[in-house]
Ligand binder design. Structure first.
Ligand code: HEC
Length: 182
């Protein structure tokens, strides 16, 4: 009990010493980080510890894991992709399998599981003008281009699919189209 009283007394003295004094200057700081935080200097070339913050990437650089897509969302871009752009993937079973899965999730609602344009949203007339793949003169390049940029009523699906998944879907769409053309 005596010790307890001593501790309380000591605390009261400490707090009194620390808190009284010149009010215009700070006295003892227990946890200086809480008072003096390290600010980020937004938009400066040299931020905290010399690291830049909030800056645009240097022109011509590519973020890790990203693959730039150079065909613009124009008629010329579409035509160029249609003619030149080729898949880096093999049309093997594993790629086809995953393409089918992704197609079922992201495309079949409009295009139908067979690619005939008879998906649920087309049947319910939520989306009009969904084509049958066999009626379009499309190539692997143009299919990839349409996934990247969309086309008229169809929006871009680039954010839903990775580069590899896009090409897998492309191969699956080509397979569906060939089946429809038989
Ligand atoms: C919300 C409905 C919808 C979804 C989902 C959708 N599409 Fe489409 N798609 C359309 C419509 C509508 C068109 C017709 C666009 C036009 O040419 O006017 C179209 C056209 C196309 C074409 C033909 C474009 C051309 O060059 O003539 C391809 C290929 C295609 N879609 C592939 C896909 C793929 C692959 C997916 C899935 C990643 C997908 N679509 C998802 C609605 C959709």
């Amino acid at each position: 009990m005596k010790n307890f009283v001593k501790i309380i007394f000591a605390l009261v003295v400490l707090v009194t010493v620390v808190s009284c004094g010149d009010k215009r200057t700070r006295s003892v700081q227990y946890m200086p980080d809480m008072y003096v935080s390290v600010p980020y200097d937004a938009n400066s070339a040299v931020g905290i510890n010399g690291a830049a913050s909030n800056l645009k990437p240097v022109a011509g650089t590519v973020a890790r894991g990203q693959v730039p897509y150079e065909y613009p969302n124009t008629i010329e871009g579409y035509d160029a992709a249609l003619k030149e752009l080729k898949s880096p993937l093999e049309a093997n079973e594993a790629n086809m399998e995953n393409g089918k899965k992704m197609y079922a999730i992201y495309c079949a609602t409009c295009h139908g599981t067979k690619g005939d344009g008879n998906g649920v949203l087309a049947q319910r007339e939520k989306f009009n003008g969904v084509p049958n793949y066999k009626d379009r003169a499309i190539t692997e390049g143009s299919i990839y281009h349409v996934i990247m940029h969309g086309r008229n009523l169809m929006g871009s699906h680039a954010s839903q699919l990775t580069v590899t998944e896009r090409w897998q879907v492309v191969h699956y769409v080509e397979k569906l189209r060939n089946d429809l053309l038989k």
